[in-house]
Write a protein that binds this ligand. Structure first.
Ligand code: ZN
Length: 407
């Protein structure tokens, strides 16, 4: 067997990996780096089929590009199919609004959807002489690790979290000879999840008690649901705006992929939904607003931020990683953001909370040890050497994009 990364080995984003075994080639994930404009992986060679780990665009953004050029099945779980479809549609709208060329069009997206072949956890798919089995990866609902059995066993984790949260069950190790594992948090630890949730709720309470609005920018997929599940533990007036609403509906349609669909449904009932100008005005006088985008790049969040940015009682509570080059990162680094093309200073309080959906350094090491592979391939990270150092005694490979490596 041989493998090659088309993108996303030495960086977080635009992941794509080809695995070749004799005459059979399969592609794992094919995403983009969601910058402005986005960056793309290398063109994919001909493959026999494709497996998708989860819906985030850095793993799915190029699916319509490949299904336009190649006749292949795209294997994924039902929530991944529905949410990826939503995100891909949205990426076309963003390309249109921002004025850059998307790598595919509406028609390509419809073609891609017809190629989706949904499977559930525990299902097997035969591809040439390889047998592929789906396992839960934690991270977000529907996120999948793929076990590939041929001459030897290998596991491709996609994005991974071993922690069980209110939203999803954590990933369990799978014994394998070769492990392809993400390394987003190599060298970095998370604070304890319950402590983060407690600190977040405390801060929300403080802001609401002083008469301000707690504005909570949240990624639509995964994070919005985490946040409304957390906020359901308190009794504030919470408004929800942006794409997270649609993702909620998709998730409750696939209850078997959520730790407690009942808890999510209850949390959704406690939240007031913005569905037009009137409710948006009501939300602007509410207590807590959860909305997209999570990195303050477009979406309704800018509307609310504009309203509260001079109000010393209000605060912005960031709940996700802020990628370099985004408004959220600029806020963290400089206290300024770009709003509708103008640079403005954000004078109100802002704070960051760790709700990460990725395994931290120690969790990755424990997961890898429990899978007990002979060989570990570190991907999806820009500080992989910090994880490699912690894996003494095993063969560790830090592949570069574009090179073929033997297994
Ligand atoms: Zn992800």
């Amino acid at each position: 067997m041989d493998f090659q990364f088309l993108g996303g080995a030495s960086e977080v984003g635009r992941l794509g990996m080809v695995l070749k075994s004799g005459p059979t080639s399969i592609l794992f994930d094919y995403g983009l780096l969601p910058k402005d404009p986005p960056q793309y992986p290398m063109p994919a060679p001909p493959v026999d089929g494709m497996f998708v780990s989860h819906a985030h665009l850095d793993h799915t953004g190029m699916i319509p590009w490949i299904t336009r050029r190649q006749d292949l099945d795209v294997v994924l779980t039902p929530p991944t199919a529905d949410v990826a479809d939503l995100l891909l549609q949205d990426s076309l709208k963003i390309a249109d609004a921002e004025g850059f060329d998307a790598p595919f069009n509406d028609h390509d997206l419809r073609t891609a959807r017809r190629r989706f072949r949904t499977i559930d956890f525990g299902d097997n798919v035969d591809m040439g002489e390889l047998e592929v089995t789906a396992h839960p990866a934690g991270h977000i609902p529907g996120a999948t690790m793929y076990e590939v059995n041929g001459n030897e066993t290998m596991l491709f984790t996609g994005d991974l979290h071993t922690l069980t949260t209110d939203l999803v069950w954590g990933a369990k190790p799978v014994k394998c000879d070769t492990l392809f594992v993400e390394s987003t948090y190599a060298g970095r630890q998370h604070p304890e999840r319950l402590k983060s949730e407690y600190a977040f709720l405390k801060k929300v309470e403080q802001v609401v008690n002083r008469g301000g609005i707690a504005l909570v920018p949240s990624f639509a997929v995964g994070r919005t649901q985490d946040i409304i599940l957390t906020l359901a533990k308190a009794r504030h007036e919470v408004w929800l705006d942006g794409m997270g609403k649609k993702v909620n509906s998709i998730y409750v349609e696939h209850p078997e992929y959520i730790r407690s669909a009942k808890a999510l449904r209850q949390a959704m009932h406690r939240v007031k939904v913005v569905d037009g100008p009137r409710t948006r005005q009501l939300a602007s006088r509410g207590e807590v607003i959860v909305c997209t985008s999570g990195m303050l790049d477009g979406g309704p969040v800018l509307h609310y931020l504009d309203l509260i940015r001079e109000d010393p009682k209000s605060a912005v509570l960031l709940t996700g990683y802020q990628v370099e080059g985004t408004n959220g990162r600029q806020l963290v680094d400089t206290g300024h953001i770009e709003m509708y093309g103008v640079d403005v200073e954000v004078k109100i309080e802002w704070q960051k909370f760790d709700f990460s959906a990725h395994a931290g350094h120690d969790e990755l090491v424990r997961f890898i040890e429990a899978c007990d592979p002979r060989r570990v391939i570190l991907m999806h990270g820009d500080q992989r050497e910090l994880l490699a150092e912690a894996l003494e005694g095993r063969e560790v490979v830090l592949p570069q994009e574009g090179h073929w490596y033997p297994l």
